[in-house]
Design a protein around this ligand. Structure first.
Ligand SMILES: CC(=O)N[C@H]1[C@@H](OP(=O)(O)OP(=O)(O)OC[C@H]2O[C@@H](n3ccc(=O)[nH]c3=O)[C@H](O)[C@@H]2O)O[C@H](CO)[C@@H](O)[C@@H]1O[C@H](C)C(=O)N[C@@H](C)C(=O)N[C@H](CCC(=O)O)C(=O)O
Ligand SMILES: Nc1ncnc2c1ncn2[C@@H]1O[C@H](COP(=O)(O)OP(=O)(O)OP(=O)(O)O)[C@@H](O)[C@H]1O
Ligand SMILES: N[C@H](CCC[C@H](N)C(=O)O)C(=O)O
Ligand SMILES: [Mg+2]
Length: 487
């Protein structure tokens, strides 16, 4: 039970009706979850509008309703509070409900099109190795110290988010590292949080189904930096065209990292091989187990953030050098087998290009690169032809397949992909809609030192078809094929 006025602390009210001296038993923004004595926040969504469900919430016993406009008939026994932006109010209310946990630890957020999961995973692993208790909120999983909690979103809704942070505070975590998606910024999932620091990886084509234009997508990411406090740090990749734009209006202390420009945390690639990266950082040459130029950026961002959080530069580099990053990101399946199989979460044109260009750097010229790739259903359709085009340009053979078709027909998605393929390239493509069959065929085609890249699903352990998540793991399918060949 909490007093309403405490829960509404820092929420700007436009009006209120009914008794404000009430206690609330719980908070929610889904009318189906309302229980007697609850506070319900009506939020406008992408599919429906929570304001339509205010009467339903009242029937289920809501004590307080927070909304942007009152229902046609108000219920005399309920307290109504109106606000300008109920999504933002929900964030602040959720933070208040859980006792503002973000103020009781050091919270660092990571945003960008690619590299968020890798960066927060490295930060979490690094700070754990440096002897701190830490938490992590990511696409792959959430962690409270060593406890693993399954993840449903990259950035959870404000209630789940603050509940996770609360649990971290309760077990004395000193740090929390979280991914901040553009959806989360736009939907105010992070409203009411206090960030000690924020990191920007890069911005390239994705999620245009949601944001409509690239400019809107940039604005959503920038809003995150615009709203930071002056005591936070804002650390950006200066080699990204939009890196400096992100921080042009922030009040936070500005820092940059990169490989090309004059920056605060600069690196230079000395060696880049399938075993790892050798980088020159802070005047030292350091070996890392992470693979690919793009991981040099992730490592430099992590290094900069750790130093800004007060850690010793040498100690950070020593610990970072042995970390492997997140599962399903350039993951070599059964290294040393008949051929090289890589599972990678590249599901954007830029990520796919980076991964295939990284693979190209390791080629001796003898081997073929065989790519298995699909695009998600109910997601940005404009990336489909681009991803197919990149796969064809940078591979010898491409198997076009399905990746979480969701509510769409897998063949419609594949046909969208094919519009990006030149007639001269079509002969190197095969269409096998069943992902398991597609992976098996690619493995059967591989000979000698060939490299098979299975892109798009990384750590995912399911294939989502018409609302059902069927168990499926790219790594398991490849592993089974490699075992078959080794017998
Ligand atoms: C497009 C999108 O982001 N949708 C998210 C959004 O839902 P929504 O606002 O669209 O919900 P809605 O169905 O329109 O409903 C509007 C409101 O009415 C309420 N409602 C609805 C029905 C009802 O009977 N009663 C009721 O009260 C809902 O609780 C909601 O508050 O808010 C929900 C709660 O936070 C999210 O679960 C939901 O994520 C959906 C499932 C989703 O797939 N999101 C993806 C695209 C996403 O968020 N991805 C990002 C980035 C991924 C990445 O690149 O890493 C992420 O952070 O995961
Ligand atoms: N810094 C980077 N720049 C470009 N591509 C990257 C970078 N880091 C990782 N990638 C590529 O992008 C893929 C996704 O990486 P990661 O999961 O770390 O990103 P993310 O931002 O969390 O993605 P999502 O938004 O889907 O959760 C990787 O599998 C790899 O192919
Ligand atoms: N977080 C991203 C991941 C996409 C992963 C890919 N496997 C797909 O399903 O499209 C999204 O929800 O758009
Ligand atoms: Mg992620």
């Amino acid at each position: 039970m909490r007093e309403l006025k405490d829960i509404l602390y820092k929420v700007s009210l436009t009006s209120s009706f009914g008794n404000m001296n009430v206690e609330v038993k719980g908070i929610c923004f889904d009318s189906r979850k309302v229980q007697s004595g609850f506070l319900f926040v009506a939020v406008k969504g992408t599919l429906s509008d929570g304001h339509q469900f205010m009467d339903k919430a009242a029937d289920l016993g809501a004590q307080v309703i927070v909304c942007e406009r009152l229902p046609d008939t108000v219920n005399e026994s309920i307290t109504y509070v109106t606000v300008k932006d109920s999504a933002q109010a929900l964030g602040i209310i959720a933070a208040n409900w859980f006792g503002n946990p973000s103020e009781k630890l050091k919270l660092v957020g990571v945003t960008g099109t690619n590299g968020k999961t890798t960066t927060v995973t490295l930060l979490y692993q690094l700070f754990s190795r440096l002897g701190y208790k830490a938490g992590m909120i990511s696409t792959v999983e959430n962690r409270i110290g060593d406890q693993v909690i399954p993840s449903t979103h990259t950035t959870p809704d404000p209630i789940q988010l603050n509940e996770l942070l609360r649990k971290m505070v309760d077990v004395a975590c000193a740090y929390a590292f979280m991914e901040v998606s553009s959806h989360a910024v736009d939907q105010e999932r992070i409203a009411g949080l206090k960030f000690a620091g924020a990191l920007f990886t890069n911005i390239t084509h994705d999620h245009l189904d949601y944001h409509k234009t690239f400019e809107n997508y940039i604005k959503a990411k920038k809003k995150y930096f615009d709203e930071l406090n002056s005591d936070a740090f804002a650390l950006v990749n200066a080699d990204d065209k939009r890196g400096m734009v992100m921080i042009q209006n922030t009040k936070a202390k500005k820092y940059s990292f990169g490989l090309k420009k004059m920056v605060d945390y600069k690196g230079k690639i000395i060696t880049n091989s399938i075993e790892g990266l050798e980088l020159e950082v802070a005047g030292k040459s350091v070996w890392f187990k992470m693979i690919g130029d793009f991981n040099a950026y992730n490592l430099l961002g992590v290094y900069g953030a750790a130093v800004l959080l007060g850690e010793d530069s040498d100690e950070v580099l020593t610990q970072l050098s042995s970390l492997r990053g997140a599962p399903g990101r350039f993951e070599l399946v059964a290294p040393g087998s008949k051929f090289t199989a890589i599972v990678d979460y590249a599901h954007t044109p830029d990520a796919l290009k980076n991964v295939l260009e990284t693979i190209a750097q390791f080629r001796t010229g003898q081997e073929q690169v065989i790519t298995v790739v699909g695009c998600g259903g109910n997601r940005d359709k404009t990336k489909r032809p681009l991803m197919a085009s990149i796969a064809c340009r940078l591979s010898d053979k491409v198997v076009l397949t399905s990746d979480n078709p969701r509510d769409e027909d897998p063949m419609d998605i594949i046909r969208d992909m094919q519009t990006g393929i030149l007639p001269t390239e079509a002969r190197k493509t095969l269409v096998i809609a069943d992902r398991e069959e597609a992976i098996k065929t690619a493995c059967m085609m591989a000979k000698g030192k060939d490299i098979v890249l299975i892109a798009g699903k990384g750590h995912e352990t399911y294939q989502e078809i018409k609302g059902v998540k069927h168990p499926f793991d790219d790594r398991e399918v490849v592993d089974r094929m490699l075992k078959l060949f080794s017998n």
